[in-house]
Design a protein around this ligand. Sequence first.
Ligand code: AMP
Length: 503
Amino acid sequence: MSKIIGIDLGTTNSCAAIVENGAVKLVPYKGGEFIIPSIFAIDDKGNELIGHEAKRQWQLNPRNTVYAAKRLVGRSYASDIVGAMKKQVAYEMKPGERNDVLLDIGHKSFRLAEISAKILNKIRQVAQDYLGEKVTRAVVTVPAYFTDRQRQAVKDAGKMIQLEVVRIINEPTAAALAYGIGKNLHETTVIYDLGGGTFDVSIIEIRDRVFEVKATGGDIFLGGLDFDQAMIQHVLDDFTKKHGIDLSTDPVAMQRIKDLAERVKIDLSSRESAPFSVPFVTMTPQGQPLNIDFTFTRKLLEELTTPLVDRTVAILERVMADAGLEYKNVDELLLVGGQTRMPVVQKRLEKIFGKAPSKGVHPDEAVAIGAALYAHSLEDNSDLRLQLLDVIPMAIGLERAGGEFHTVFARNAAIPNAKAIDATTSYDGQTEVAMRIFQGDAPQVAQNELLGDFLFSGLKPGPSGSARLEITFDVSIEGILTMSARDLDTGKQMKTTVRVTQS
Ligand code: AMP
């Protein structure tokens, strides 16, 4: 069998790793960098560009360059998040058939799974070039806070390019593997993962080769991009104040500002102030060129982004409470994701935990390394034995009368997991039972995410309440739900994976 590679499919950057001759390593791209930007573009000649090639032409071709598409995966077009994204990006979106998001670039429409597939394929090619053999199987990481629907989308993306996603694992869990394997640890670890697009926090008990997630939480709309956005907004407001010109409708100017915002932000992790200069960003109505000439201080960046750090801390507190854990009982705090390099994030956490974060993992590399180690443990001749015990990030349940959410699995329920509920008919002659399944923590289904409609048909008609059905919810080790139902009188069984038909 071919090698199984580990892939960290990130919002802003992706990365692959493998185990070779007993050692785990990142796969280098063209001999140099390990990181591949998660960017897809179509240039004016109709060529598809992925990764560094796409990023390089980003400023000149913002309209046909897709970045941060992972934030849109598994979202309905009408959702607030898609609305917010539309304001931030230059590429066009439109609703798809299932009310998902389609991207319109280079005069073509792309489903999000296609974009993920293209990025996955690029990573696979890089790994193939390095290994000199075909790669057909991978362990792919996702944010712990991904729903069933978003996890399915990653599997679908793999199928499109004949890449078998043998296992999906959660990013913080992968980071814990990178940190903990081979150290014979017995400790409680908090993984605080603030990447380019998403925030996750998981509490994991490590008992040598057993990694047991106690609780998890997160926000898949909270990451480095939002720190950039806070800076961008400030610069735009300042420019409007000085010159009375709103740059937000000028895609080329916006792209230059966005690029610079990220670079200045990163600079400010090691400096107290940095210039924010964009020469000739626009012109006055009289044709005079105007520049952005601004000095950003670390202090200002910290002020502008305090609300974002506060949100991560609120989630951390909830997860600690869910696990019934006090800060003083945490043995190790691991920081993962590039945005945790921001000094104020580290300071804030150090204060909360009363100790400095561990230096035991590399914030950019740990997730891919963990994925590769796990991939290795799944290979036939592997001598690496691992046990991962994970949880679901949000409750899964069904709609009851009046739109009430009836929980079947509570948030943080261990997976794999199965539960059966009894159901019956509610009117005479009923031959079908329909069920709408949701994921989320709100008491009303309208605030949760629809995972799909489930229909069990073929019941023998009879008086209301006479049928006896047993409906089983099965959540796999990957956090993906499968439903099955059985007529207890006839023993008849129907099985289907939950699919979204409308939102
Ligand atoms: P990741 O998804 O882990 O690759 O994280 C990428 C995010 O980390 C991006 O938003 C980067 O801008 C941010 N980032 C990378 N390095 C730094 C740094 N030194 N200081 C602040 N943010 C950083």
